[in-house]
Design a protein around this ligand. Structure first.
Ligand code: NAD
Length: 261
């Protein structure tokens, strides 16, 4: 047997965490996967809690991702999201995004993401539930109706005007702090949490609710819970298994260990 990975198994001592992860996923009936910004970190997209570089170093992302920030300075918020959209467009899905596509080919998976990038979709997870919207879409600040790319391309304002309301501006199609999540997405995520028998939290600091509450909901309904994150989070003490590794290493390793698990 090869040397055990650096991962720790919180409750089974020295047991190989990757092997334990593969073994439990292999016999799962329905797996709920909750992802956060950490799964896209290996694609080069900054997480919220990373230090921001250059132009944006003086802003806290949390201060730009609110309705108040948009009311105060819509041009600043629009430009910040335009910069992030460029980062996302230039990035590629990584091994962790791809491994989740493969996992869904082996077992029934409901993928719930807090990410507003489109890397899960570009990797092939076309039915991901996006709790926090999408940075690639724009919506009307008043009606929340989607605004088409053709309209946006023909406008000069920063942000462009909305075609849907005289007082409306185009804004990113994401859920800001203090806003409600899309009800349908949240309902489907909660339903999956109640139904699944295994839940994986990958690359999330588990500080933003209601998303961070999904593993606990699943556990109350009897699910086993594993966390994949190099850093501890508030959920770590509640996990049945902690894989303290980058998702791009841990997930492909678990798939590779599948047959032996
Ligand atoms: P977060 O920034 O709060 O936490 C990221 C977590 O990922 C941390 O716990 C970190 O230890 C972990 N991490 C870093 N590298 C990792 C890796 N290689 N593998 C596994 N884990 C890794 O992000 P969050 O929990 O998603 O939370 C908050 C909000 O940030 C969400 O609402 C989301 O919409 C938004 N956000 C999204 C993106 C994106 O779409 N890519 C980027 C930044 C922020």
């Amino acid at each position: 047997m090869s040397a055990p990975p650096a991962a720790v198994h919180a409750k089974l001592g020295r047991m190989d965490a990757i092997h334990a992860l593969a073994a439990r996923l292999r016999r799962a009936r329905h797996i709920l996967v909750l992802t956060g910004a950490g799964i896209s970190a290996e694609s080069g997209i900054a997480t919220f809690r990373d230090t921001q570089d250059g132009l944006w170093a003086r802003f806290r992302p949390e201060d730009l991702a609110t309705p108040e920030a948009f009311r105060r300075d819509p041009a600043l918020v629009w430009r910040w999201y335009a910069w992030r959209r460029e980062q996302v467009a230039a990035a590629q899905p990584n091994a962790a995004h791809r491994a989740l596509v493969e996992l869904a080919q082996r077992r029934p998976v409901t993928l719930v993401t807090q990410n507003v990038d489109d890397l899960h979709q570009r990797a092939g997870s076309t039915d991901a539930i996006c709790l926090h919207g999408s940075i690639m879409r724009s919506i009307c600040s008043v009606t929340r109706l989607e605004i088409g790319a053709d309209w946006l391309a023909a406008q000069t304002g920063e942000p462009p005007r909305s075609p849907h309301h005289a007082d409306g501006l185009a804004r990113p199609g994401v859920v800001w702090f203090g806003e409600n999540l899309p009800a349908d997405a949240l309902d489907r995520a909660n339903a999956a949490a109640r139904d699944c028998d295994a839940v994986l939290a990958i690359g999330t600091s588990a500080l933003v609710y209601p998303a961070a509450g999904l593993p606990a909901l699943a556990q109350r309904h009897g699910a086993w819970f594993a966390e994949i994150n190099p850093q501890p989070t508030p959920l770590t003490p509640t996990a049945d298994l902690v894989v303290a590794q980058a998702a791009g290493l841990a997930l492909p390793a678990a798939l590779a260990a599948w047959e032996d698990a």
